[in-house]
Design a protein around this ligand. Structure first.
Ligand code: BTN
Length: 317
């Protein structure tokens, strides 16, 4: 309910909105409206309330709460339902728990994660207010073998959003987002499926936005948007990602069209045309990356000068 009230105030941010108007729109009593407004102010929202005039919003705290995300969000279904936590273990874990009963496109976002998870069982540092710790619940009508490409769509939409906001970001195939040669964002896609049917996909996105200090072991490879000299709000990045993601996702799931996604992956690639390392456990081989083909697979020339196509893997520059 609070997020609905914030949404109404933001829609009318140049004027006072009466308690009566809010109570009629939301079907709750005037005293319930007053109580919610009091709580919203306690969360740090700058709202002026004047008797007989109503409530006017002047400022929002730097929170990724439902009302702020939904306000002016230009999507059809992604982010129509927002679940926002101050703190949680992992947004992906929570999203998986509720996926069965959630509507397609529901997002789970938290200011902090205490058990954030990265790929290959690694920990993902998710300090309070420093980044975007987001999971999107998806229920596409596609076969399970087609699900991995959704990670690539996420990578393309993240890089496109950062570029829209003036940030010089690139993709290290298949799905790390890089700024100035260091990682700012990663994706953890998890699938709940039967042999021939997807029940849900939980698409987890982590982005370091304001982080200044990283643990010793990742300090040389991790960075944040702010640390690289870009002062961009978390909310603007998050909304941009949701909007760009939805477009590419619908191209793929409704029209089987990967072309826009691949175009972005190629144009914003951090490795195309370069010598890279393919990492397999503790083995490393030096190869040249020559293409990302229309399937989204990486095409390389290997040590024996043969052409190889990689469907997945870990690469380093
Ligand atoms: C990686 O690059 O290793 C993937 C990192 C994914 C981190 C995000 S943060 C939100 C979501 N919840 C998690 O526990 N992990 C993902």
């Amino acid at each position: 309910m609070r997020s609905e009230i914030i949404k109404i105030l933001l829609e009318n941010k140049d004027e006072f909105v009466s308690g009566e108007h809010i109570s009629e729109r939301l079907g709750i009593s005037r005293s319930a409206v007053s109580k919610h407004i009091k709580n919203i102010k306690n969360q740090g929202y700058d709202i002026e309330s004047i008797t007989k005039k109503g409530h006017k919003i002047f400022g929002c705290p730097d929170l990724l709460s439902g009302g702020i995300i939904k306000h002016d969000l230009n999507t059809d279904f992604i982010g129509k339902e927002v679940i926002h936590f101050d703190t949680i273990g992992s947004t992906n874990d929570y999203a998986k728990e509720i996926a069965g009963d959630s509507i397609d496109g529901t997002i789970v976002v938290s200011e902090e994660q205490t058990k954030g998870r990265g790929r290959r069982g690694k920990e993902w540092h998710s300090i309070k207010g420093d980044g975007i710790w987001l999971s999107i619940i998806l229920k596409p009508d596609i076969y399970p073998h087609k699900a991995p490409f959704i990670t690539q769509i996420a990578g393309a939409s993240i890089v496109k959003s950062l570029r829209n906001l003036g940030i010089d970001a690139s993709i290290k195939w298949p799905n790390d987002i890089i700024v100035n040669n260091k990682k700012v964002s990663g994706i953890l896609t998890e699938l709940g499926a039967e042999i021939d049917q997807i029940n849900y996909i939980v698409l987890g996105i982590g982005m370091n936005v304001k982080t200044m200090n990283f643990p010793e072991e990742i300090n040389s490879i991790a960075t944040s948007i702010f640390k690289e000299g870009y002062d961009v709000k978390r909310i603007d990045i998050l909304k941009n990602i949701l909007e760009e993601f939805e477009k590419l996702y619908l191209d793929y799931t409704e029209r089987n069209d990967k072309s826009s996604c691949i175009k972005i992956c190629k144009e914003s690639s951090a490795i195309l045309g370069k010598k890279i390392y393919i990492i397999n456990g503790d083995k490393k081989r030096k190869v040249k990356c020559i293409d990302i083909n229309e399937e989204g697979n990486l095409v390389i020339i290997n040590e024996d000068n043969d052409i190889e196509e990689l469907i997945s893997g870990e690469v380093s520059i």
